[in-house]
Design a binder for this molecule. Structure first.
Ligand SMILES: Cc1cc2nc3c(=O)[nH]c(=O)nc-3n(C[C@H](O)[C@H](O)[C@H](O)COP(=O)(O)OP(=O)(O)OC[C@H]3O[C@@H](n4cnc5c(N)ncnc54)[C@H](O)[C@@H]3O)c2cc1C
Length: 382
């Protein structure tokens, strides 16, 4: 099957998350003469940093997950709702699950990551992730069920005390309101090892206030439907387990295949896939060994803009500049109406930090009018 936009001029973007969507938007703005095709199987963009507020009902799905049709309609970007299955890097052609064969001039790979169970048995069968709208629905049902039953000794386990595990533990503790004890299980010897110390301290205090039971230096070896086993042989019964212990790249089949199928794609500082002049890889699925930028939405969004500048430079026969990450700090949600933030010389925690975090994210939503509409709806609800 041929697609109208399949041409040697087309910029094809694979994956419509932060990196892919922001690349497509920036390329269509800076290089209006280049056709842009975005290939993404989901019908909605998901602003993952606000997933906690969607779970708690503090925000609605139209605010956190606008649909692609709405986001792309007036921007001249063609969206193909499909999944890329294989890519031939040498002949510059790709194939999708629905059998489209597409040729590109420049390719942007931004396929993100998926849950990594690190080979622990039972994770895929019995654990829930926290990455998309299905996970939110599943968790809401679990919380409602626990609140209805209010059984003694009910326990909810969260594995991994990075940002997702910690933020989720605080939000769920507030939502459950004593209907279950939350256990946060971490293999390392501290929570949030990569966070600013102010945020780590505030998060530790928020977990303590909510009586979250923290298990440090605890490795999970097996997950069952109603209990989890640790390396030291002890067992913790649970009524639900959320796995937030790690992720690995989601990649279609690539020919020739780069080494290590579950490893991030190796890129240079100008975001090009090593050895390929017309292939860029960015966001969470890629890694530059010289400068390992963090796997965050902040980096992914900035890389989207950098791709457009790089293509502009190449079209004027110049070498693209190296990507420079502007670190604007870190914001963490710490339960209903609470947050902590560190960045740009500011440290702040509590209800004001919560409001700033939410407003900052909502106004960063792609498609400014939608972001403003959303921020307006929020301000009016106060
Ligand atoms: C709960 C949660 C909270 C977070 N909070 C923050 C935060 O506060 N601040 C922050 O900076 N970061 C945060 N992050 C991290 C941030 O969301 C990621 O770093 C960011 O989403 C990475 O963007 P990406 O475009 O690389 O990948 P993604 O956003 O995951 O997008 C990848 C896209 O590719 C699509 N795709 C996959 N395979 C294919 C294929 N074969 N063909 C076509 N399309 C495909 C997927 O459907 C998906 O839409 C959070 C993450 C989570 C899960």
């Amino acid at each position: 099957m041929r697609t109208p936009l399949s041409s040697p001029e087309t910029v094809v973007v694979v994956g419509g998350g932060f990196a892919g969507l922001f690349s497509a938007l920036a390329v269509s703005e800076r290089l209006p003469e280049r056709p842009v095709l975005l290939i993404e199987p989901r019908d909605r963009f998901l602003f993952q940093p606000l997933l906690y507020e969607l779970l708690s009902g503090e925000l609605q799905s139209w605010e956190v997950a606008p649909n692609y049709r709405q986001l792309l309609s007036s921007r001249g970007i063609c969206w193909l709702q499909d999944r890329v299955s294989a890519i031939d890097l040498d002949s510059q052609k790709l194939t999708t699950v629905a059998s489209h064969r597409i040729e590109w001039g420049d390719l942007v790979l931004a396929t993100g990551t998926e849950l990594n169970d690190f080979g622990v048995p039972g994770v895929r069968a019995h654990a829930c992730g926290f990455r998309d709208l299905n996970d939110v629905t599943r968790l809401r049902v679990l919380v409602e069920d626990m609140k209805k039953r209010r059984t003694r000794d009910a326990a909810l386990a969260i594995v991994g005390a990075g940002p997702t595990g910690v933020e989720l533990a605080c939000k769920l503790a507030d939502m459950l309101d004593g209907a279950a004890r939350i256990h946060l299980i971490e293999m390392g010897d501290e929570i949030l090892p990569n966070s600013a110390s102010f945020n780590r301290e505030r998060a530790a205090a928020a977990l303590e206030r909510r009586e979250v039971c923290l298990h440090l230096n605890t490795a999970v070896t097996k997950v069952h439907t109603d209990r989890v086993r640790f390396k030291d042989g002890t067992v913790l019964p649970h009524s639900g387990l959320i796995w937030s212990a790690g992720s690995s790249p989601t990649l279609p089949d690539l020919h020739p295949s780069p080494a290590g199928t579950r490893a991030p794609l190796k890129i240079s500082k100008d975001l090009r896939l090593l050895g390929h002049q017309h292939v860029f890889a960015l966001g969470d699925c890629a890694r530059c060994s010289v400068e390992p930028w963090p796997a965050t939405a902040q980096v992914a969004m900035q890389q989207g803009d950098a791709i457009a500048k790089a293509l502009q430079a190449i079209s004027s026969n110049q070498e693209p500049e190296h990507f420079q990450f502007q670190d604007r700090g870190e914001m963490l949600s710490l339960g209903i109406g609470d947050a902590t933030l560190t960045g740009l010389g500011i440290t702040l925690a509590g209800p004001l930090a919560f409001k700033i975090r939410r407003a900052a994210y909502l106004t960063r939503m792609p498609g400014l009018s939608l972001g403003l509409r959303s921020a307006g709806a929020w301000l009016m609800s106060r």
